[in-house]
Design a protein around this ligand. Structure first.
Ligand code: SS9
Ligand code: ZN
Length: 344
């Protein structure tokens, strides 16, 4: 399968994030994409191509225009104050606050954020757009070149980003935008399957009231895991969307047997749904040695994961999300793709 990759991701390299009450170097770093690309090459997965520029129309189908405008101009407004450190919010509107859109740069940073884990720096916007271009160009391998599958090396990732907010290393929701693009290009039913260790709260939010896009997510129990405020099993959709949101929260320490049983249950729901196409939010932070996660998957398990996803028989776009055990993320990510292609 084709891999779509852009060097522009390097422009996004924020310095610090908060962990255990301490500022630590950001786990979501450029080396992640390097390891993935290296492994794609080493295994001869297929063609590697740069994305073409798509502009923002597709993004504006799921994100608020004022939010996208914030992403585009946040650094300019921040730097105009003479600041050179990454944009990091420190004041958030909570229950009962925050109806009015602020103009102050610090207020805007908090208004458009769910957490402090998605800093913005000078090159971020360029990288964010290129990351989305990777997803949309990979999607064209499926919708235009009529191929079965494609892989987008998206950095920064997207699944925590919602209609009008960033968070958890995510700015534009690449997978959700691709799913909407599939709908706009004629697919009647689309599934987003999120296998990242963390619940895809942004994707869930974007399709929560809709029955045309089924969201299935397998993740660390939000009772004890980021993003805490979404991803519980009783979140099943609302209105039209009731029954079209399926969460599988699993406890810390979950190994592949238990994880795979959830995937199979998810696959049965996907089959009942009768989808035309599948978008996979492909995070490999379920790995046993991931530095910020608590599942116990081993590298060969990712081959099985790919096989099970392939058995759905759907056109499939793989969009890179998380995975922070840098040395192994290439192996694990590409194992899913090779398992999918039956090369294992
Ligand atoms: C861990 C801090 C987690 C955000 C994680 C976002 C994952 C994106 N103590 N910070 S896939
Ligand atoms: Zn994650």
């Amino acid at each position: 399968m084709w891999t779509i990759y852009s060097e522009d991701h390097r422009l996004h390299r924020p310095r610090y994030e908060l962990m255990d009450g301490e500022l630590v170097p950001v786990f979501e770093k450029p080396e992640r994409a390097d390891w993935v690309l290296e492994r794609v090459k080493a295994r001869g997965l297929g063609e590697i191509a740069a994305p073409r520029r798509h502009g923002l129309d597709a993004a504006l189908r799921v994100h608020a225009d004022h939010y996208v405008d914030y992403l585009a101009h946040a650094w300019r407004d921040w730097a105009a104050l003479g600041r050179s450190h990454d944009i990091m919010p420190y004041c958030y509107p909570v229950r009962g606050m925050g109806q009015r859109r602020p103009t102050d740069p610090d207020a805007r940073a908090g208004f458009y954020a769910m957490d402090s884990a998605a800093p913005i720096m000078a090159g971020s916007w360029q990288a964010i757009q290129s990351s989305l271009d990777c997803a949309l160009s990979a999607l064209e391998r499926i919708t235009e070149a009529r191929e079965r599958a494609a892989f987008a090396v998206c950095r920064p990732p997207g699944h925590h980003a919602g209609h009008d907010y960033l968070g958890g290393y995510c700015y534009l929701n690449n997978a959700a935008i691709a799913a909407q693009q599939l709908r706009d290009k004629g697919a009647s039913r689309v599934v987003v399957l999120d296998v990242d260790y963390h619940h895809g709260n942004g994707t869930q939010q974007l399709f929560y009231a809709r029955s045309d896009v089924l969201f299935v997510s397998i993740h660390g129990d939000p009772g004890v895991e980021y993003p805490f405020f979404a991803g519980h099993a009783d979140e099943t959709g609302v209105g039209e969307g009731l029954g079209y949101n399926l969460n599988f929260p699993l406890p810390h320490g979950t190994g592949f047997t238990q994880w795979h049983a959830a995937l199979q249950a998810g696959c049965r729901a996907i089959e009942r749904f009768g989808a035309d196409a599948l978008v996979v939010s492909l995070g490999v932070d379920t790995y046993q040695d991931d530095p910020i996660s608590q599942f116990k998957l081993a590298s060969p398990d990712y081959l099985r994961m790919g096989e099970t996803i392939a058995a759905l028989g759907l056109p499939t776009l793989f969009v890179m999300e998380g995975g922070y055990a840098v040395d192994e993320i290439g192996v694990n990510m590409v194992n899913v793709l090779e398992g999918f292609e039956g090369r294992a």
